[in-house]
Design a binder for this molecule. Structure first.
Ligand code: NCD
Length: 312
């Protein structure tokens, strides 16, 4: 049985195959509408979510399956003190696959050890968010045609932003990747990622505080929200929340081929005027999330692809 807890749980080849499957589904969604008939997805969300939970549910419904679950810790037995280990043991009898989001780092990993069904990490604290990464990779590949030879700017809360951590980890497997890390000093990428991921794989990177300096060099700009819920005090959040705001004016500094990604939700980081720029890819990215999760559910459940071996 397979789980997806860490972005590196799938080999590069498996990720490439999954993205190919997502492309095939995008090209002909009707062909997939019965693929997961009679299968059930449980969404176990102990932390707020819009896109991740709803896109998982939409993905399973699009495949002809059904969904059950809870969307906050308060509405589950976690509020009575139940452990994730006990919850997943029980849910294993109610569903065929589970997606779990939890404020504690490592909770989905712990659940997977007690689970009788595949567990997907839908975000664990400030740690990892592998399905957002699959969404990001699909969006980058569909926009640029490749996952190699790219200069990628990551901007905002690089300390607490789990989507950033997972994306960096995944992209180290592709050649010619260079990162420009744009953040205030207090929100720099954690040392464990700088050392164990970037330096360990000889991935070139630079750190800067200036979005303006970075913009002309970028193929991809990945904007992020300052992660209010992970701050110890509100004052620090208020001081840092508007560190970077992408405006139509700043977009004039960026190459014509650049794509702007953002995992959403956006707070203030991207002015609404940027939405009409053809380089804005964040709503397309949210849409891609459904197709990549359809591909992931099929892969983890071992469901046959009705359009296997067909080029798109
Ligand atoms: C992200 C998350 O939950 O980490 N949202 C998402 O899943 N698309 C990003 C965020 O909350 O800032």
């Amino acid at each position: 049985m397979r789980h997806l807890i860490d972005p590196l749980d799938f080999t590069r080849e498996e990720v490439d195959n999954l993205l190919d499957l997502a492309d095939r589904i995008l090209a002909d969604p009707e062909a997939y509408q019965e693929v997961a008939r009679h299968k059930k997805l449980a969404t176990l969300f102990y932390e707020p979510s819009t896109r991740t939970r709803l896109s998982f549910e939409a993905a399973m419904l699009n495949l002809g399956g059904s969904v059950l679950g809870f969307s906050s810790a308060n509405s589950s037995s976690a509020s009575k003190g139940e452990s994730v280990a006990d919850t997943i043991r029980v849910v294993s009898h109610y569903a065929d696959i589970a997606a779990m989001r939890h404020p504690k780092e490592g909770a989905p990993l712990r659940a997977s050890r007690y689970s009788g069904i595949p567990v997907i990490n839908a975000g664990d604290g400030g740690h990892q968010h592998p399905t957002q990464t699959l969404t990001d990779l699909l969006t980058i590949r569909r926009r640029t045609g490749r996952l190699e030879n790219l200069t990628i700017g990551l901007c905002g809360d690089l300390k607490f932003g789990r989507t950033v951590h997972s994306l960096i980890k995944s992209l180290t497997r592709y050649s010619g990747i260079r990162f420009i890390l744009i953040s205030p000093e207090e929100l720099r990428l954690p040392d464990y990622i700088v050392n164990d991921v970037l330096k360990a794989h000889n991935v070139p990177f630079e750190e800067t505080r200036s979005l303006e300096d970075a913009l002309p060099q970028l193929d991809i700009l990945y904007m992020t929200r300052v992660q209010r819920e992970r701050f110890f005090n509100e004052e620090d959040y208020v001081r840092l929340k508007n560190s970077y705001i992408l405006t139509a004016r700043k977009m004039e500094l960026a190459p014509a081929h650049m794509a702007v990604l953002h995992p959403l939700p956006r707070v203030n980081e991207i002015e609404l005027s940027v939405d009409d720029d053809p380089r804005a890819a964040y709503f397309e990215q949210a849409k891609n999330g459904v197709y990549v999760r359809m591909a992931l559910i099929m892969t983890l459940l071992g469901l046959p692809d009705p359009k296997a071996n067909q080029e798109v």
